[in-house]
Design a protein around this ligand. Structure first.
Ligand code: SF4
Length: 319
């Protein structure tokens, strides 16, 4: 891409932001309603392991989701989520994404999944479904269900990869190997399902170069979106017990890595997130991450000063 072409391509930001993508796709600002499908995770219930990923809190990465009722009433959750957005004074339009966030949202019998996902997709204010899960929580029936739903309204599958490095994966107790991820992406893309991948910056003992390798690897995969998440050390996690044995990124280091990552990332991949929303009451470190507005403003400033835009250093197949 030529310098400044991004201004025509993505509006004001020098990267392909989710906001831009949503406005282009749905014609207006769209909010996410975080839902709790009442599922667990095979990495916590003993199927894969009992400890879970070392950074994962008891909320299963869904600390902002509305809590699950035993009657599985997703319609009620959606309405309550929209009312909370309104009560928080946010401008709320007519389109929302149903976001199944907590734990592994394809880890249940297909009849159960069909019930909760159908309630969401049939709600008149829902324009798309976003389902966060693990790549090892699929089978043919689940792929077929998602395929059917994707013909009604768009379905996005969010996969928590965190890193491409097997050594780090073992350290964080992710509980599946890279080839499982690749197979799942292949199956989803065969059915034209949008794939969004979560990665974490600042995992123990990973260097900047390790992280850039994860980005280069993802550039070679057929994925449509990425969530970049700062490693948060939360209370009551195994990671909290490791403090002192690994480096916690400073804000300057984090901004440097983000700049490098945006420059390397394929210009076709939508950036859904550039930092994180760790629950403040559980956060142990890094303290600076509590001021998310400052982090994002500093990043915008640095991208401008350094003249960086998404895909600037992207070359097919990595770098
Ligand atoms: S896969 Fe997700 S929910 Fe399960 S332990 Fe890891 S982060 Fe937590």
């Amino acid at each position: 891409m030529k310098k400044n072409e991004h201004i025509r391509r993505w509006g004001e930001k020098p990267y392909y932001s989710l906001d831009y993508h949503l406005k282009k796709t749905f014609g207006e600002k769209v909010y996410k309603v975080a839902l709790d499908g009442g599922m667990s995770c095979p990495n916590r219930d003993g199927t894969v392991s009992t400890g879970g990923c070392i950074f994962c809190s008891n909320g299963g990465s869904g600390d902002f989701a509305i809590k699950h009722d035993s009657d599985n009433d997703i319609t009620k959750q959606i309405e309550s989520g929209i009312n909370s957005l309104k009560a928080n004074g946010k401008f709320v339009g007519e389109k929302f994404i149903a976001y199944f966030q907590s734990f592994s949202n394809t880890y249940a019998p297909v009849s159960y999944l069909e019930n909760i996902f159908s309630q969401a997709i049939n709600h008149p204010l829902i324009c798309a479904l976003s389902i966060a899960t693990r790549p090892d929580c699929f089978n043919e029936e689940i792929y077929d269900l998602i395929d059917r739903l994707n013909h009604i309204k768009p379905v996005w599958i969010e996969l928590g990869l965190q890193t491409m490095h097997e050594e780090t994966s073992a350290l964080i107790n992710r509980g599946y190997t890279l080839n499982v991820f690749e197979e799942t992406v292949h199956e989803l893309r065969k059915r034209n399902i949008t794939v969004i991948v979560h990665v974490i910056i600042g995992l123990p003992h990973e260097t900047e170069s390790d992280f850039f390798k994860t980005i280069a690897y993802l550039n070679t995969m057929d994925i449509q979106g990425i969530k970049l998440q700062l490693l948060h050390v939360l209370k009551n996690t195994a990671l909290a017990g490791m403090i002192g044995n690994f480096h916690i990124l400073t804000q300057d280091e984090y901004i440097d890595i983000l700049c490098g990552c945006i420059a390397r990332l394929s210009p076709d991949i939508v950036i859904h997130r550039l930092t994180g929303d760790g629950p403040k009451d559980l956060l142990i470190a890094p303290e600076w991450s509590k001021n998310k507005r400052l982090v994002l403003n500093t990043l915008s400033h640095e991208l401008k000063v350094r003249g960086i835009y998404q895909g600037q250093n992207f070359r097919n197949g990595g770098f």
